[in-house]
Design a protein around this ligand. Sequence first.
Ligand code: GLY
Ligand code: MN
Ligand code: MN
Length: 508
Amino acid sequence: MVGMSQSTQAPADQAPRATENRSTTPGSDAFRQYIGSGWAERPEVLPDPRRQSEYAAARRARVSELFPGKRLIIPAGRLKQRSNDTDFPFRAHSAFAHLTGWGSDSEPGSVLVLEPTASGHEATLYFRERAARDSDEFYANPEIGEFWIGPRPSLAQVASDLGLATRGIAEVQTVLDTVDGETVVLREADSAITDEVDAARMLLWDDTDGDRDPEDHSEDDRLARDLSELRLVKDDYEVGELRAAVDATARGFDDVIADLPRITTHPRGERLVEGVFNGRARADGNTVGYDTIAASGPHACILHWTRNDGPVVPGDLILMDAGVELDSYYTADITRTFPIDGTFSETQRQIYEAVLEAADAAFAVVRPGIRFREIHATAMAVIARRTAEWGLLPVSAEEALKAENQQHRRYMVHGTSHHLGLDVHDCAQARRELYLDGVLEPGMVFTIEPGLYFQPDDLTVPERFRGIGVRIEDNILVTADGAENLSAAIPRTADDVEAWVARLSRRG
Ligand code: GLY
Ligand code: MN
Ligand code: MN
């Protein structure tokens, strides 16, 4: 990494990070004059509007209808410090991405404002425009300067790209200075913006003799909830992106299988699984939507095993839960469990086929009009029946399935389904009556991901089951009259999985 140079002029909303011990950009007039001149003109090339811009406009129109007369502030969020002067890769808030169409090229610190008008709302996107080449920011600011982080767009370019009015970030202060009782903010996106809104509300409260409670965040909470619920049904653009994310994820799974001969020789083969999958995502121009789970042997019984530091041993199964995230931020979330040496043992196959039966049964009930929670109930009926048949439960399957019992859940403590989209666990703030108790509609996308996990030290199961974990996770689109498994092309049946490993991972 190139040594950081101290910024001579911090942006208004960011404190410079002290770098006393590091070399700094020279401050002499001679240097400033020299570095600030001699640059070629940059032609202003305005891109055509990106495809999602019209979808984002339609989403904003729906939000406008939900909040007549309210001024809505929806920040992107800021860079988050990882350690000292390094940050995590920037990821804009999903609601901001949904309403702007801006994805991995979003500018940190941006803010979308929907200003009420007589007929609805007017949207303006505030962001930090690129600085002129004779500014300190250009060459001396390692966090935002183009010399350090690469080209940044102009206001006109982003306006054309997203089909949105744009203004410089400094101007958002005029919005924050005029916060009133009708201003609503997405609180969780950017704490500095939220603090400013709260401070303004406190002043307003003093001024108006206490006629409103500045600590009442109910409208803010409604905004967060409604923006989450707005994503429950995907539009055509979103479905297309999710299909592409699933296809890209399939390529990553194939690469891992093809590399099994090398992976099994490495003492930390799980790291290689993660690296190969993530490497394929990066090579294709993408990233991953969550930390890849590469869980070999008994690690498969640890639901979110992301340490990925174990070996990948022939004879065991490996559970791989991974999803490619595209530039638009839409992500897949897929799990396959496969035999490392290419052949399921009898016990492994027995468990695998029970999980597959649960997944297939759950998929079979999906259609518009059923309740979301029926998917889980259907999968759990299979899990209860099979674990009872195998003699694992102290009661019958029927008894176990009663709400007050649930013994079978010892072997699958997680839920069967969650919505999927911009977030891997999408729409998390939606009301229960629209999510868990909600009725399925065409355009909804969610996972079906039953599993069975027999911990290595679980004395309630026969020894031959211990240390085996299986999950099969697919991404499902609700259609007009049923459902489509978007990830059906990634092998699922035990025979197809064996053939997949045999086809791709030729040894020797
Ligand atoms: N990858 C996390 C999940 O399946 O929900
Ligand atoms: Mn999932
Ligand atoms: Mn998953």
